[in-house]
Each structure stands twice: as C-alpha cells, then as structure tokens.
Design a protein around this ligand. Structure first.
Ligand SMILES: Cc1ncc(COP(=O)(O)O)c(C=O)c1O
Ligand SMILES: [Zn+2]
Length: 377
C-alpha cells in the first residue's frame, strides 16, 4: 500500500505499517495517500462503504473487517417547510456513524497483527470499536465517563469488551486512557488517522447519491470532529481526483453548553480556548478540549463554512419533532437537526443542504423518556 503517516507538528514521516497512533514527538499523525475513484467500477459494486476500495488505505482484502456497512439512505425530510437531505447514519450495525471509522481502523489493526487495544469514548465510538474488535477477534478495553447511557454500556459489555467507567469529566476519561496507551495500542477515534479514512466515506456516499454532485452545504454535529474532518477529507479527495468541482460549505454544530470551537471560530482565536461547560443533552459532542480542534476550525474556514450553536430547548424540540416524523434518533443527533433549523432561517430556497442522523435512539431510550415525559402522557 503506497502512502505515509505524516506528523502535523514536526513533519516526520513513517510507513503506513508503523504501529503508531501518534508521532514520536507526540504530534498528530495524518495519512498521505492518493485516493482513486473509478466511478463505473464503484457503481457496479455492492452498496457498502467499501465500494470506494481504491480510496481506503488498507492493503489486502482479506484484512477487511466489515459487516457490509455503509451506503446508508440519503432521505429528503421536510423541515419547517423546506426540503433537507439527511444521511441516515443511525442505521449502522452498532447504531452510529462511528462504524465507518471503526471498520477501517480495526481492519488496519488486523493488518498490523495487533491483539489488544484500548479506546475511550462518550459511548458510541467505544461501542463501535468493541463491535469490530469482536468480529476481528481483537481484545479491547473501553473507558467511558461515569453516567454514560445504560444502553451503550450494555452494548460494549455484550460485545465482549472490558469496560471501565471513569469518574469525572470526558477529559478525565481521556487522560486515564492516555496513561494506559503507554502500554497498549490506542485505537483512538480521535488520534488515529485511519479512523478518518473511514468517516470520509460519508462524503463519497453523499456525492454519489446526489449523482456525483456535491451539495451546497453540509451540516454536522461536532465534538471531536471525527465526522466533520472525515467529510472534509472525503470532499477534498473527490475534488483532487476531479470527480467534483468544489467542496461544500461545512457548517459545524455545537451545543451552546459546550462550544469551544464555536468560540475559537467566532473570536478568530489561534488556540482553542478553555471554556466553562454545563451539562448538555448532546453528550456525544460534549468535548471541551478537542485534540484536533485547530484542524477542525481550519477545515470549516477552508470550505467557506461556519459554526453555530444550539440550545438545550432547541435540541429537545428537534428531537421530539424527528421522533414524531418516525426517525428514532438519540439526543446528540438532534443537535444537527436543531442546527439545520437555525441555518434554514437565513438561506435561499435553492440551496442543496445535507445533514446527518448520527446515532440510533434505541441506545438512549431511558434518557429520552426522562427528558420528554410530556410526550409520553
Ligand atoms: C451520536 C453522535 N453524534 C455525533 C457525534 C460527534 O462526533 P465527534 O465528537 O467526532 O465530532 C458523536 C460522538 O460521539 C455521537 O456519538
Ligand atoms: Zn512529530
């Protein structure tokens, strides 16, 4: 497999076969790799994210760890009288879009012959890595913050992973995991660049499903930016390969109660600021210290996009609205819908807008019953 790992901080280069999740200087690694797209071949293949085979930096097919995931429906939904496309990524095998990244990352683990990993998450990435590790026969230890949805905890355990609930914030969980990562390979959805070469298939699918045309605007919920950075990577690869002529505007949606990137963007800050946070319904994007924060802000700027925040009330209303339309999504996913509603307030009717439903409601049913009791009377 041609390509290299490149450090963002010091420029060091490593083979794609190096067992590294960050640079020896502790900088972030990205992958330099030339994606190829043969649209006719792609169109003739099964409808999974692996149909973009020549754009995914994994060596031989037998190493691929897959449940036949991807190519989720892109569905038009009426939002406040306007038509918006939503990618139904809550319909993945483990119930969230994280499976895009996990399928590629765990395939790489298998290729490297790694037998045990550690990973931390607010719940969904951990469940996803645990599912794919179960399929690959790789041992895994998942760390989550105390208070994570019971559904996600059960899911991780039943996949056979070891599970630790860490007291304190999401950042405390990340710190505990970094310590363990000194001895065990870190299958991090945030640090590990292979994860992003899975989430980028979101962009490929959106363009293919729109007849190989990019939409005008893509709105995604953002905490650590694994979907946003993946989407940016995917659209820029399609641009570089001459498949599309422009990258869509990327609009990043954060919860008002935890919005460090929104602040960095609106105040034009070089560094991501330390912020005060309060609890939010959108626990999946409650990330106060996003490791790839500067990359995320740069990607949004480069696409000509922007950041916006949504309140707890807006999320709750959007969650209720989507459920009433038949889309059973988890509260974090309602942040994107609330973001779309805000965005629609000031755009023209001709824009093609794509957003995404990121996680399945069945993972968080108890929480949803608690926050929307009036809907159940
Ligand atoms: C349901 C859901 N949506 C969106 C996200 C946002 O992903 P990220 O933190 O990578 O931006 C997450 C992350 O856990 C999630 O679980
Ligand atoms: Zn380095």
């Amino acid at each position: 497999m041609e390509g290299e790992l490149v450090c963002e901080a010091c420029g060091a280069r490593y083979s794609l076969d190096a067992s590294l999740w960050r640079c020896e200087c502790e900088g972030l690694l990205d992958i330099e790799f030339e994606s190829r797209f043969d649209l006719e071949r792609i169109g003739a293949r099964p409808r999974t994210m692996w149909r973009y085979r020549e754009a995914i930096p994994i060596g031989d097919d037998p190493q691929i760890v897959s449940f036949g995931e991807g190519f989720t429906p892109l569905t038009r939904i009426d939002i406040d009288g306007k038509q918006v496309w939503f990618k139904q990524d809550h319909l993945f095998p483990s119930g969230s879009y994280k499976d895009r990244g996990a399928s590629v990352l765990v395939s790489k683990l298998k290729e490297l012959g790694i037998s045990r990993v550690v990973e931390d998450s607010s719940g969904n990435a951990g469940a996803s890595i645990a599912a794919y590790c179960a399929k690959a026969g790789i041992g895994c230890h998942i760390l989550v913050p105390e208070g994570t949805s019971a559904g996600k905890l059960t899911q991780v355990r039943l996949y056979g992973a070891e599970l630790t609930e860490v007291p304190g914030s999401r950042e405390d969980t990340a710190r505990a995991t970094l310590q363990e990562a000194a001895a065990t390979y870190y299958a991090s959805h945030v640090w590990n660049p292979f994860f992003f070469h899975g989430t980028k298939t979101f962009a490929f699918e959106v363009c293919e499903q729109l007849g190989w045309r990019p939409p005008d605007t893509v709105l995604v919920p953002v905490g650590n930016g694994t979907l946003l950075l993946g989407a940016y990577l995917g659209f820029t690869e399609l641009l570089r390969a001459g498949v599309i002529e422009r990258v869509p505007r990327l609009v990043a949606v954060q919860a008002e109660n935890c919005a460090p990137l929104y602040r960095a963007f609106t105040e034009s800050l070089e560094e991501i600021p330390s912020i005060e946070t309060s609890e939010t319904l959108a626990d999946g994007i409650a990330i106060a210290e996003p490791v790839r924060g500067r990359q995320i802000v740069r990607a949004v700027l480069d696409s000509g996009g922007s950041f916006l925040t949504v309140s707890e009330t807006e999320m709750l209303e959007s969650l209720a609205m989507m459920c009433a339309k038949g889309f059973y999504i988890e509260p974090t996913s309602a942040a994107a819908v609330a973001g779309v509603r805000r965005y629609l307030g000031h755009v023209d009717d001709q824009e093609t807008i794509v957003s995404v439903l990121t996680g399945h409601g069945l993972k968080a049913t108890e929480k949803m019953a608690k926050v929307m009791p009036q809907m159940l009377e």
